[in-house]
Write a protein that binds this ligand. Structure first.
Ligand SMILES: C[S@@+](CC[C@H](N)C(=O)[O-])C[C@H]1O[C@@H](n2cnc3c(N)ncnc32)[C@H](O)[C@@H]1O
Length: 546
């Protein structure tokens, strides 16, 4: 089996100036999979598609705006052109992929809060999804591999999906072929019969044997087959093994195009909608899966959280680094495998006074954190730790001792208890400074959830002794994938006057959808605008008395 792609030159599109609110500079790159006409993969997009600037300033040198070497194309060149649009629930917008509908609202929202230089990076518009979970239904002769139709459990087959990395599309076709040839029955939800329920495909674009410019398009796929049985010892395991071998023989290192990185099995028999069961088995290929983001090598297990749009995430991390002062102590809440915290520890922030603490609720991320640590430069001399804990329980205990707080919650936003702790941070600071305050005395700790978190934590102490700090964060970096919850959290934080908004950036993490990723920087205190208002009120009062 060979996998072919039509070579497509990278297209660069620039949103017409007239349509832009006071915000944006956009850049986009196409990586499209087409029919099997040529064996070459699509041309490489640039490694960084990020650029930003305030509309009032001239574009910076890496801006793609009025660059004479770049041919601006109309926004119609930024269309999805996907035959599955409307039947598949993945994309909600066909046109203007570079400008999600929500962008106008976001710009106005931030402007009202005093941030008039909100920027937006469009990143890659097609072929951006490096991680996909797809349902498998239908029959062995006509398998359907794709997403559910909106509001139903009918699976829409999506070959050549425009959002998927080309290697995912190619791996899906290989899987389809295997299902047919080996007569593998997809799962039947009504009858609870059949074998193959879902597949997760994750692409690694980190192949250092290739020139950097070729790595993205030559990404290899970690395939996780979700199998309807309790374990690998069940009666159907031979079929599973045959399917894995088929994928490896036809997509592994000895095939024409080395497409498959590895094959895993996950065993799931539950009748609910949860995709994965608890049991994972590595079947073939490399066990370790590495990606390179935020300046570090990151290990990802198939069971742990991974960003779908790796390149856009990398752009976001590069921007985020700018807002962390050298030598800061950082707490990374909702940390997953600690990618954000560790990238801060390794790149430009690696001073010995620094400490990085990551807090995550999913135990599956622990291994990924440990592996990632192994590849950090040995020159790093920081206290680095990862804690298996629920942020919502006593959130203040995680804030003490850090100058910068990074939060990257799920779509539903921050836990209410964390919002409350951040709103009341000033009074908490006064308590923290009181030496006898029991809340912050580590050795007398009795609370079971804190003790449990300690047991499950990983601590890499610094080689130099450090003074214990009782400081509370002066900077809050909020990464959001849920616009509605972000607005709510942001409004709550600002209304407390404990924080003000200093900067905001948007990233096109999910082109074709309503979503945008936000990177917002909050600083302590009410901010200049509130102070100004107060002082002008005072002046008015004074004038009245005279
Ligand atoms: C959007 S992901 C971000 C992960 C990580 N920052 C990254 O980029 O790889 C949100 C993470 O928060 C974790 N999470 C959800 N609720 C949590 C809670 N109450 N306490 C700690 N972590 C939580 C999830 O397991 C998930 O890994």
């Amino acid at each position: 089996m060979s996998v072919f792609f039509l070579s497509a030159p990278p297209s660069i599109c620039v949103s017409p100036l007239t349509h832009r609110p006071a915000t944006t500079i956009t850049s986009c790159f196409s990586v499209q999979t087409l029919s099997p006409l040529s064996q070459s993969l699509p041309s490489p997009p640039s490694s960084s598609s990020s650029s930003s600037s305030s509309s009032s300033r001239p574009p910076s040198s890496n801006s793609l705006l009025p660059n004479p070497n770049v041919t601006p194309i109309s926004s119609s060149g930024c269309s999805l052109n996907c035959p599955h649009f409307e039947s598949c629930s993945g994309c909600t917008h066909e046109d203007n992929l570079h400008r999600p509908v929500i962008l106008g609202e976001a710009t106005t929202f931030f402007k009202k809060l005093g941030v008039s230089d909100f920027t937006f990076d469009t990143c890659r518009l097609w072929g951006w999804r490096c991680r996909a979970k797809l349902a498998i239904r239908g029959s062995s002769t006509d398998p359907l591999i794709g997403l559910y139709q909106e509001g139903t459990h009918n699976v829409v087959d999506i070959p050549d999906c425009k959002a998927h990395h080309p290697s995912i599309n190619a791996a899906v076709e290989l899987l389809r072929k295997g299902i047919k040839i080996l007569n593998i029955d997809p799962y039947d939800e009504d009858e609870r019969t059949g074998y193959l329920r879902y597949v997760q495909m994750a692409v690694t674009t980190y192949n250092t044997s290739l020139p950097a410019s070729e790595r993205y398009r030559s990404g290899r796929v970690q395939v996780s087959l979700v199998w309807n049985s309790r374990s690998e010892t069940s009666a159907s395991s031979e079929k599973l093994s045959d399917l894995a071998t088929f994928l490896w023989r036809n997509g592994g290192p000895n095939s024409k195009v080395h497409l498959i990185h590895s094959v895993w099995a996950n065993f799931q028999t539950s009748t609910n909608n949860v995709i994965f069961g608890n049991r994972w088995r590595h079947l073939l290929g490399e066990r370790d899966f590495w990606e390179h983001v935020g300046g570090i090598d990151v290990y990802l297990a198939p069971s742990s959280f991974g960003q779908a749009n790796t390149r856009a995430f990398d752009s976001l991390l590069q921007k985020l680094h700018r807002y962390v002062p050298l030598g800061s102590s950082v707490t990374d809440l909702y940390a997953g495998a600690g990618v954000i915290g560790l990238s801060l520890a390794s790149t430009r922030k690696c001073r010995k006074e620094l400490s990085v603490r990551c807090v995550e609720i999913n135990k599956e991320s622990k291994l990924a954190f440990e592996k990632t640590i192994e590849r950090l430069p040995s020159s790093i001399d920081s206290n680095i730790s990862w804690h298996l804990a629920d942020t919502s329980i006593e959130p203040l205990s995680w804030l003490v001792g850090s100058e910068v707080l990074v939060v990257d919650p799920p779509r539903k936003g921050l836990d209410p208890s964390l919002v409350s702790a951040l709103q009341a941070i000033k009074s908490a600071e006064r308590k923290a400074m009181t030496l006898e305050s029991p809340t912050f005395k580590a050795k007398d700790e009795k609370r079971p959830w804190i003790l449990r978190a300690r047991e499950d934590s990983i601590e890499i102490p610094s080689r130099t002794t450090q003074e214990e700090s009782r400081s509370l964060p002066q900077t809050l970096i909020y990464i959001s994938c849920g616009w509605e919850s972000f607005k709510e959290n942001c409004t709550a934080l600002l209304s407390s006057k404990a924080w003000h908004l200093s900067k905001a950036h948007g990233f096109n993490f999910f082109p074709g959808t309503q979503s945008i990723e936000i990177l917002a920087i909050f600083k302590r205190g009410p901010g200049a605008s509130v102070k100004k208002k107060k002082s002008s009120k005072k002046k008015k009062k004074k004038n009245k008395t005279f």
